[in-house]
Ligand binder design. Structure first.
Ligand SMILES: Nc1ncnc2c1ncn2[C@@H]1O[C@H](COP(=O)(O)OP(=O)(O)OP(=O)(O)O)[C@@H](O)[C@H]1O
Ligand SMILES: NCC(=O)N[C@@H]1O[C@H](COP(=O)([O-])[O-])[C@@H](O)[C@H]1O
Ligand SMILES: [Mg+2]
Length: 399
């Protein structure tokens, strides 16, 4: 029988995955299907991607020395970041040593900090964004609020999935927003971004694929609904004005080009009938809202696209095959125990529906534990499909 060590010797690439959540799990499955060797890393044991990887490592990826130890131990060909909480400065050294960092050390380093990516997009590349300021104290936050007005949005410079983010309606709420932002900040940075609130009509993720040997490709736009800064449902294709789509594609092309490297990127935009397209932010990796592609909306889902781009494999085309929606399953409880699920059988009685339980070994309130995916032929009623997926997801219980 072939052992894991044999596999490591014969397989084409050894990949260290930094972050092992639900997105990493699907990426690992795609990579395994192409015979790659994966070491999945995260700060806790039993993380979703570890369950399907060849090896795993548990350590704090914000600890640069610990990160270096793992890279020295495994000597990967490729490092694939899956979360933002990584000592990304070290990635430049690994890249210099000849390891492929996905999409590039620069992209991962810039996007982990809202300041770096926002200044690059707005100031250097001239992309339209919400008006914004930074604040290192409550006083600075108050001053900035006077300039952006109310309501406004306050976020930590380093956070994701809406952690530490608040919508501020009046000056009285600023102190809470300051405290909440600082407490939701990753690492020890005490600096927040305060943004003008954009009254958008819709928001989209434009999955963008940059290739080693090929043109930049765009997936059909994905619409999504967020609550408290975290995604609740996504649907593809989002119906948007073709001129707005073209504008978003041009911006995505500009920003991914400036950040360099090959892989898939989730580029986020706000769309307003009145004011046009705003660039919001981007992730240099598969996007949570892009899980909708697991419903078979595209010929190649976002994880397969990422893998192909990373390995430099051909992507002949990206084609919409059917419409689809995703609706998240959240935990209502916090527990260190392995969660159980009720209602799976009922959910799976539904036609044209898939269900993914990520297998996270413990819960937190509102932690995303799974997703319901529904699909229908092109031309079907998207709103009806959204209601169907939300209804099914609401009947799956985490306890
Ligand atoms: N300036 C703004 N105006 C209006 N809504 C906003 C603004 N900034 C953020 N939001 C809302 O909050 C959501 C989350 O914001 P953002 O993407 O910046 O946070 P995040 O923590 O990086 O999220 P993720 O990591 O999940 O992408 C946005 O998708 C949007 O719905
Ligand atoms: N918006 C970013 C995002 O969705 N990232 C996904 O969530 C995981 C963390 O989940 P957890 O917080 O439940 O551990 C990450 O590992 C990634 O898969
Ligand atoms: Mg976002």
């Amino acid at each position: 029988m072939q052992t894991l060590k044999d596999k490591a010797k014969v397989m084409t690439k050894k990949i260290v995955l930094l972050g092992s959540g639900e997105l990493g799990k699907e990426f690992v499955i795609s990579a395994q299907r192409k015979g790659q060797y994966i070491v999945a890393c995260d700060s806790y044991a039993g993380a979703p991607a570890m369950q399907v990887a060849d090896e795993y490592e548990v350590f704090d990826m914000l600890d640069g020395d610990a990160l270096e130890r793992v890279i020295t131990k495994h000597k990967p060909d490729i490092i694939v970041p899956e979360i933002e909480a990584i000592r990304t400065e070290r990635l430049y050294d690994f890249e210099k040593e000849g390891i492929q960092v996905v999409p590039s050390a620069r992209a991962v380093n810039f996007t982990m900090n809202r300041k770096a990516i926002r200044d690059l997009a707005a100031k250097e590349l001239g992309l339209k964004t919400a008006k914004y300021f930074y604040a290192t104290s409550l006083e600075e936050l108050k001053e900035a609020a006077l300039k952006v007005g109310f309501p406004c949005v306050v976020k930590p410079l380093m956070s994701s999935s809406g952690k530490g983010q608040s919508l501020v309606r009046s000056a009285e709420e600023l102190e809470n927003a300051w405290e909440y932002g600082c407490s939701g900040s990753r690492g020890d940075i005490k600096e927040l971004i305060i943004e003008e609130f954009i009254k958008f009509d819709s928001e989209i993720t434009l999955l963008t694929v940059t290739q080693k040997n090929g043109p930049t490709l765009f997936c059909p736009p994905i619409g999504h609904i967020q609550k408290g800064g975290d995604y609740r449902e996504s649907f593809q294709p989002a119906h948007i004005d073709p001129a707005h789509l073209k504008e978003a594609q041009d911006m995505a092309d500009k920003v991914t080009r400036a950040l360099t490297g090959a892989g898939i990127w989730g580029v986020e935009f706000f769309l307003s009938h009145e004011n046009g397209v705003y660039f919001s932010e981007l992730s240099p990796r598969p996007h949570d809202t892009g899980m909708v592609t697991l419903a078979g909306t595209q010929n190649l889902n976002e994880f397969e696209l990422h893998l192909r781009a990373v390995l430099g494999l051909p992507i002949p085309n990206i084609k919409l095959e059917r419409i689809g929606v995703s609706a998240v399953i959240l935990s209502p409880i916090a527990s260190k125990e392995t969660p159980k699920y009720k209602g799976l059988e009922e959910a799976l009685k539904e036609e044209d529906t898939y269900l993914r339980i990520f297998g996270k070994p413990f819960t937190k309130v509102n932690r995303r534990m799974g997703v319901v995916l529904c699909y229908a032929p092109i031309g079907s009623d998207l709103d009806k499909l959204r209601d169907k997926a939300k209804d099914i997801a609401s009947r799956v219980e985490v306890y």
